[in-house]
Design a protein around this ligand. Structure first.
Ligand code: UDX
Length: 448
């Protein structure tokens, strides 16, 4: 089939490339000329493992192309996917639909035949109806139908998530459109995924509800983690025990500095606002948002406590800036409020991240960005692990200790091997357990 994908950001680029890889002919449309030129040369606008090779392969085969000309791209197309951003509005934080609406107007103007328009962007419930209104109001002599087909991929594992999805949700109000979109996915490589057909509004809600639920799951384990510290438990064991209950499941139970990224913070806010607009209050989600926001700043206090009550004049080495590992994305990363709070408390911050330093430099001031972890740690009074990059786990701890002024490690991702860190002579603070505290398991074992 011929597919047009409008918007070459995270979702659009990954989806378009994967559609090409499963055999469709795909034209990616974007208004950013520089980005298009780079994509044609194989230079990715984002860091996503494996994406460059996949783009190069499909571009070379002719199945994937990049253009800023929507009209010519739409010639002969069966479906056009809208995959543009829905950033939070500056005024109230609700998802801003201006890019989605602009694309709908452009498609209405430029389409040259029957077309299924598919919303892949995460959009508030009812957006599909609005896009359809825009398309139909143009009174063109073609059939238009709008489908909601939310994308569930995670940054860092986006290609795998796209190629091996748990489910494919197709929300349509027309049999014709339903068949066109099912046909796009009904290829051998995706045949194991469950295809779920729903109404358009239900599909739009599934995406928001899924993200809100996952954000709630993380926030829940983060609070249990605080309780573990207070009463002498180990959150890793508690999470393991919880996850073995198949009704709960083991994923998304890693305690940490709070969730971030381009989706959870934005989508939890959007679903709670949509609910309020319809006189429904999502108490749990509103609380999740507040607890998660508070947690990020509370993490800076944790560093302060570990440093003996003050970081004034001290040098803190931050390892990891991205909101999670395997991405260069800094959007709503816990590192931002944590670093800003440490600076407010008078600390100097040196930081290293394998991929996110360029983006971090746009958001943070007075941070010394360092070539590697050892450079960041040099002469520091504490190392704070903020992102779970695997290479931090493999650091030579003897070398790390040798370059630091004080051997203190605060691991807010429970990434490091506790035994190795203690053996190397560090004071070690982590999340959801207190190895050296009065109830620490090591102490209990020693007492037995
Ligand atoms: C998320 C959804 O998972 C995905 O389905 C949706 O399409 C987009 O939003 P993403 O934002 O890429 O994907 O990252 P994800 O892996 O879900 O992590 C989100 C945040 O939660 C990160 O800050 C991560 O560190 C945090 N997290 C995740 C935890 O703190 N603990 C966990 O156990 C899992």
């Amino acid at each position: 089939m011929k597919i047009v994908v409008v918007g070459s950001g995270y979702v659009g680029l990954v989806a378009g490339t994967c559609f090409a890889d499963i055999g469709h002919s795909v034209v990616c449309v974007d208004s950013d000329q520089k980005k298009l030129e780079k994509l044609r040369q194989g230079v990715m606008p984002i860091y996503e493992p494996g994406l460059d090779d996949l783009v190069a392969r499909n571009h070379a085969s002719g199945r994937l192309s990049f253009t800023d000309e929507l009209g010519s791209a739409l010639t002969g197309a069966h479906a056009a996917f809208i995959a543009v951003g829905t950033p939070p509005r500056a005024t109230d934080g609700h998802a801003d639909m201006k890019y989605v609406h602009a694309v709908a107007h452009a498609i209405a103007e430029k389409a040259s035949g029957d077309l299924v328009v598919v919303n892949k962007s995460t959009v508030p419930v009812g957006t599909g109806d609005e896009v359809e209104r825009i398309l139909l109001s143009a009174r063109r002599p073609f059939r238009f139908s709008v489908v909601s087909n939310p994308e569930f991929l995670r940054e860092g594992v986006a290609i795998d998530d796209f190629m091996r999805p748990d489910r494919i949700v197709i929300g349509s109000e027309s049999e014709w459109a339903r068949k066109v979109v099912s046909g796009i996915y009904e290829v051998e490589r995706l045949s194991e995924a469950a295809i779920l057909h729903t109404s358009r509004r239900s599909a739009e809600l599934i995406k928001y509800a899924a993200n809100a639920f996952l954000a709630m799951k993380i926030t829940f384990i983060n609070e249990i983690s605080d309780l573990c510290e207070a009463v002498g438990g180990d959150v890793r064991h508690v999470a393991h025990g919880l996850g073995l209950d198949s009704r709960i499941g083991s994923k998304f139970l890693n305690a940490g500095p709070g969730y971030g990224g381009s989706c959870f913070p934005k989508d939890t806010l959007a679903i709670s606002k949509t609910a309020r607009d319809h006189r429904v209050q999502l108490h749990t989600i509103e609380t999740v948002i507040q607890v998660n926001d508070n947690r990020k700043r509370a993490m800076a206090l944790r560093v302060l406590d570990a440093c003996g009550g003050s970081v004034r004049g001290k040098t803190i080495a931050v390892l990891g800036l991205a909101f999670k590992a395997h991405t260069d994305d800094m959007r709503d990363s816990p590192a931002i409020p944590i670093i800003q709070a440490l600076q407010d408390f008078g600390a100097r911050v040196r930081a290293h991240d394998p991929e996110a330093m360029e983006n971090a430099a746009k958001l943070l001031t007075n941070v010394t960005f360092c070539e590697d972890a050892l450079d960041a740690a040099t002469d520091s009074d504490a190392v704070v692990v903020l992102t779970e990059w695997p290479e931090f786990r493999d650091l030579d701890l003897g070398q790390l200790k040798a370059v630091m002024a004080e051997p203190l490690m605060i691991d807010l991702r429970n990434l490091m091997s506790e035994d190795a860190v203690l053996e190397a002579g560090f004071t070690y603070c982590c999340v959801g357990r207190n190895p050296a505290g009065p109830h620490g398991e090591k102490q209990l074992l020693a007492a037995e």
